[in-house]
Design a protein around this ligand. Sequence first.
Ligand SMILES: *[C@@H]1O[C@H](CO)[C@@H](O)[C@H](O)[C@H]1NC(C)=O
Ligand SMILES: *[C@@H]1O[C@H](CO)[C@@H](O)[C@H](O)[C@H]1NC(C)=O
Ligand SMILES: *[C@@H]1O[C@H](CO)[C@@H](O)[C@H](O)[C@H]1NC(C)=O
Ligand SMILES: *[C@@H]1O[C@H](CO)[C@@H](O)[C@H](O)[C@H]1NC(C)=O
Length: 329
Amino acid sequence: MATVITIFLVLAVLPSVHLAPSFSPKEEHEFKTWMYKYNRAYELEEYYRRLQIFTENKRKIDHHNTGNRTFTMGLNEFSAMTFAEFRRSFLLTEPQNCSATKGGHISGNGLYPDSVDWRKKGNYVTPVKNQGPCGSCWTFSTTGCLESVTAIATGNLLFLSEQQLVDCAQAFNNHGCNGGLPSQAFEYIKYNKGLMTEKDYPYTAQDGTCKYKPELAAASVKEVVNITKYVEMDMVDAVARYNPVSFAYEVTEDFMHYQEGVYSSTKCHNTTDKVNHAVLAVGYGQEKGTPYWIVKNSWGEGWGMQGYFLIERGKNMCGLAACASYPQV
Ligand SMILES: *[C@@H]1O[C@H](CO)[C@@H](O)[C@H](O)[C@H]1NC(C)=O
Ligand SMILES: *[C@@H]1O[C@H](CO)[C@@H](O)[C@H](O)[C@H]1NC(C)=O
Ligand SMILES: *[C@@H]1O[C@H](CO)[C@@H](O)[C@H](O)[C@H]1NC(C)=O
Ligand SMILES: *[C@@H]1O[C@H](CO)[C@@H](O)[C@H](O)[C@H]1NC(C)=O
C-alpha cells in the first residue's frame, strides 16, 4: 500500500493534459486525507476516477449542509463511490414481495410513552454489525430482531448467525447476497426450528452452501408477526409494548451520505415495490417536534451515528411501514 501511494504522489505532480482538473487543490487534499483515514490505495487512473467521484459527493454534502435541513451529511467509507456502485454492492436490487395486507399484530390501547430506546432498557441489543459488500441487510435485520426478542424473553443476549440465513433460507424467497426479507427469514427459522450463533456459523459476506447443524441451534421462532402494510402506528405499538421491529424502506443517494439527525427525504418513494434495504427499529422519540425512529443499521459502527440513524416517524417515510415484522419466541 505504501508503495502505491508513493508512486502516485510522484506521478501526480506531472502535468496531465487528458485529465482536466475539475477539483481544487483543497478538494484533492481532502480526498487524500479521506484515503488515509479509510486506508485506501489506488492505481493512478483509478485515483483520478475516485477523486472525481469523491469531489462530486463532497460538493453535494457541503451543499446539503448549508441548507435548511433536519439531518447533516458527511464523509464516510462510501464517499468515493457513485450511488449506482453503492446500490449494486449494498442494497436489494430487485423488488421484494413485501405486502402483508393483513398483518397479525394486535394493537393495545393506543397509549404509548413519548420515547422508547431498547438499548437503554437493559442488555437487549447487540453491537452494530457490518454486512460488507453483500446484499444481506435482510439477514442482519432478522438476527438483530431475533437477538433482541430472545434477550427480552430469556435475559440472554446471543449473537446470531447471518450466514446461516444467507446460505440456507432460499426456499422462503430469500436469495443470499442478492436479497431477501426479514419476514421471510423469520418464516425460514420457524420452519427450520433453529438458528445457530455467529460464532458457530460465522459471517463471510458471500453466498455459500448450507452448513446448518441442528444440534447447534441457539434460537428459534414460534410465530412470525407481520405489521399490516403502511400501518406505522402498529410499529409504534409493537416497539413500545414488545420489542424492536424489523422493517425495510427505500435508500436513495442522499441516505448514503447520512451523518446525523432526523433523516427525511423527498427523493424516496413510499410504496412496497421500492424498498431496497432492511434494518431494525430499536426505539423512537422526537426532536424539536419532529417524531423519529431510532434505527440500527448494518454498515458498521463508523457509519452514521455510531452505526445508527434517525428517520422521520409518522409519514411512512421512504416506505418504512411497507413491510415490517417481528418474531415471537
Ligand atoms: C426550515 O424548515 C422547517 C421545516 O420544513 C420550516 O418550518 C422552517 O420555516 C424552515 N426555515 C427556513 C429559514 O426556511
Ligand atoms: C416473489 O414471490 C414469487 C412467488 O412466490 C417468486 O417467484 C419470486 O421469486 C419472489 N420474488 C423475490 C424477489 O423473492
Ligand atoms: C408474513 O409475511 C411473510 C412474508 O412476507 C409471509 O410468508 C407470511 O405468510 C406472513 N405471515 C403471516 C402470519 O401473515
Ligand atoms: C405516499 O405519499 C403520497 C404523497 O405524499 C401520499 O398521498 C400517499 O398517501 C402515500 N402513500 C403511502 C402508502 O404512504
